[in-house]
Design a binder for this molecule. Structure first.
Ligand code: AMP
Length: 502
């Protein structure tokens, strides 16, 4: 695979160049390559069936990139699982994916029934002195390179399978069509279990760059965050628009703080016009790109540079022109193609589209298909195309984006309804100005012994925290005697919303 070959070449030609760094540690290309190759050899020796998934558990430590590349060199897809994911969900992922191995890059003890756990810490000798793996074992083009679990409406996460060919097509587009150069410093803000991280990770490694990661301990403390950024030498910024917006309260967040910054890459949610305008003022010499895509089509499939004329002309920014090898169609509810300018569902067709959800033939059949011999994916996003430019108008269903995180409201509702304190519940996004600010749980409570409402809320929150990451837990809870119904017996979200905001 070209990507792996190029990383190996960087390691041979430029061994001391830093490939990956955190707040206090750095890994050069030589070490990244040799350690991952030795770990690959170790994995190979375990003799898992080829392509058995391997869960890589951790946050943003040095062992994460080593483990990802080791899996790829041994021919196994990896499943990145961040430490912010509750243990019960981690267990579900391990079980549902049929993982044959869990690589634990943390200090915590992990234990799964019937699945072997490799603690990276005890492998030090192997990583320093073990055998390197032969390239004959490397992942092949049509094999699965990684699997990312996203929120699913049945209450269970769905594993999106991305092949080596999908990833190579994406990485070639990024390094070819964007001004990313060679050997640049890339920001990595997103945890590895979110595919936005792929947008900087592999383009950086393919172009011999340095990945500068921000761990959550740094992101959560503004003083640390800005100190970190001022010493980063960042050249390519990749984040959600929400994250850059979070930096705006600091007036010093500008070109003086990041003098080398050349490019902003955004993906994952709407890039508000106001955010792009403010960035232009703060970083007059940096170029801004909006990109769009779902995990199912490998990170992003459209892009556009946001220039002054666009800012002056548009009320809502377009998500861009399709990637050179992708076709984007707009269809009506029956799947018929719509004319230019007409609003419908966005369908993505081409080599970036995933082969489907792991072990979920029905879900895969519903969302994926073939058009003119190419893989196609129904995004569930509303949009239209005008003069070749794609505009995304948000979700057709209940999948939403909150602060850059994708989630399906039904999944949160599913877990709410499992709580013994709840008879029925629905989630209402609070979006005073288009963008969702937080979630409200409208709850019909079951019998309980709490005196005060806040005690009930605390008990429900505790239940939810067993299953859901913190960012999916509603900020506000309101209590009602019943959920209103529509004529055909479905929960009437509109009416409930009116009641909540009354
Ligand atoms: P994820 O799979 O987490 O990357 O989420 C994919 C969804 O995020 C898409 O289907 C869109 O609904 C939304 N999305 C991604 N990029 C953009 C963008 N630039 N503008 C608007 N929505 C976006």
């Amino acid at each position: 695979m070209k990507l792996l070959r190029w990383i190996a070449q960087h390691a041979a030609r430029n061994p001391e160049q830093i490939a990956f760094r955190t707040e206090d540690k750095a890994l050069n290309y030589k070490k990244l390559w040799s350690r991952s190759s030795r770990l690959a050899s170790f994995i190979q020796a375990i003799q898992l069936e080829r392509q058995t998934p391997v869960v890589v558990y951790g946050h943003m430590g040095m062992d994460m990139p080593v483990s990802f590349l080791a899996c790829a060199q041994a021919g196994h897809p990896y499943i990145p699982v961040d430490t912010s994911i509750p243990m019960e969900r981690v267990r579900l992922i391990v079980e549902k994916s049929g993982a044959g191995l869990v690589i634990n890059t943390t200090d915590n003890m992990l234990d799964f029934e019937h699945v072997m756990v490799l603690d990276m810490q005890v492998l030090e000798l192997v990583l320093e002195q073990g055998e390197l793996i032969s390239d004959e074992y490397w992942i092949k083009s049509d094999e699965v390179f990684y699997i990312i679990y996203t929120s699913g409406s049945t209450g269970n996460p769905k594993g999106v399978q991305i092949t080596a060919a999908n990833l190579q097509s994406f990485t070639d587009w990024m390094t070819g069509d964007f001004p990313l150069g060679q050997g640049k410093v890339f920001l990595n803000q997103a945890p590895f279990s979110f595919d936005l991280s792929v947008m900087d990770f592999y383009p950086s490694l393919q172009s011999g760059g340095t990945i500068h990661t921000l761990e959550k301990e740094v992101i959560n403390k503004p003083k640390l965050l800005f100190e970190n950024l001022s010493h980063s030498g960042l050249q390519i910024w990749t984040s959600t628009p929400s994250f850059v917006q979070m930096c705006f309260p600091n007036p010093d967040f500008n070109q003086t703080m990041l003098p080398d910054l050349e490019v902003f890459l955004f993906c994952g949610e709407v890039l508000p016009l106001a955010v792009a305008k403010e960035l232009k003022e703060r970083f007059p010499s940096a170029r801004i790109f909006n990109t769009y895509g779902p995990t199912e089509a490998t990170v992003a499939v459209t892009s556009i540079e946001i220039q002054e004329d666009l800012l002056a002309k548009e009320k809502a920014l377009p998500v861009g022109y399709p990637k050179f090898d992708m076709r984007i169609l707009v269809v009506d509810e029956s799947g018929n193609p719509l004319a230019e300018g007409e609003k419908g569902e966005l369908i993505l067709v081409g080599p970036s589209v995933s082969k489907g959800y792991l072990g979920e033939p029905l879900l895969t059949e519903n969302a994926f298909g073939m058009i003119d011999g190419m893989k196609a994916y129904r995004t569930g996003d509303a949009g239209f195309i005008q003069d070749g430019l794609v505009y995304c108008l948000g979700r057709l269903d209940y999948q939403i984006k909150l602060h850059g995180y994708r989630m399906e409201l039904e999944e949160i509702e599913f877990h709410l309804n499992q709580s013994k304190y709840i008879k029925a519940a629905i989630i209402i996004p609070y979006a005073p100005n288009e963008e969702i600010e937080y979630l409200i749980a409208a709850v019909v409570p079951a019998e309980h012994n709490f005196e005060k409402e806040y005690q009930l809320t605390a008990a429900i929150r505790k239940d939810l925290a067993l299953h859901l990451p913190a960012y999916m837990i509603p900020r506000k809870f309101t209590y009602h005697t019943a959920i209103p119904m529509t004529m055909n017996g479905k929960a009437d979200r509109k009416k409930m919303q009116e009641e909540v905001f009354a």
